[in-house]
Design a protein around this ligand. Sequence first.
Ligand SMILES: Nc1nc2c(ncn2[C@@H]2O[C@H](COP(=O)(O)OP(=O)(O)OP(=O)(O)O)[C@@H](O)[C@H]2O)c(=O)[nH]1
Ligand SMILES: [Zn+2]
Length: 186
Amino acid sequence: MDKKKIMDGVKLILEGMGEDINREGLIDTPDRVARMFGEICGGLHKDPADEISVFFHVEHNDMVLVKDIQFYSLCEHHLLPFYGKVHIAYIPEDGKVTGLSKLARVVDVASKKPQLQERLNSEIVEALMSKLSAKGVLVVIEAEHMCMTMRGIQKTGSKTITSGVRGIFRTNLATREEGLSLIKHM
Ligand SMILES: Nc1nc2c(ncn2[C@@H]2O[C@H](COP(=O)(O)OP(=O)(O)OP(=O)(O)O)[C@@H](O)[C@H]2O)c(=O)[nH]1
Ligand SMILES: [Zn+2]
């Protein structure tokens, strides 16, 4: 990331607001904000699929579900946070599974950048489908968008739910319902 460009931009925004960029409380703000963007946009220019780096073979060809994976992302329209939980289920092909933490790493890389919830959802699904060659993948994201709560339409508490369904979760209704009910009730 070009830290200097971000710092110059932050100074311009503050000046545009009529702030005194040399007052004590703001003097280090451009530097802080640039470091912050480096951290919260750490997924930029990375491929989420690269996070799935280890594979194991187990005698398990049924569902694997990791739910309530917390994420924080940045709405690409307003640069305000949207955040919530990702639930990931997959059905391995020939017992090919990955480490559980790798699923959360995929979520981190796909979310830490200016993003849309729908794209976040499909990037996670595609990463899993391509690397695991799974029989099926189901990803559900529930999120609160601060651009809809602290500004604009101001609907505090509203939640946006997206889902991405591939393979057997798409073709077999009972499998999809099992995944969805585990996400909802456990
Ligand atoms: N589909 C989708 N829309 C989003 C997401 N995040 C923010 N938005 C929406 O993007 C839209 C941008 O609309 P614009 O009319 O260009 O911007 P705006 O004038 O600030 O709109 P308001 O938010 O309605 O005040 C808004 O409706 C946001 O709610 C997202 O992840 N997915
Ligand atoms: Zn927004």
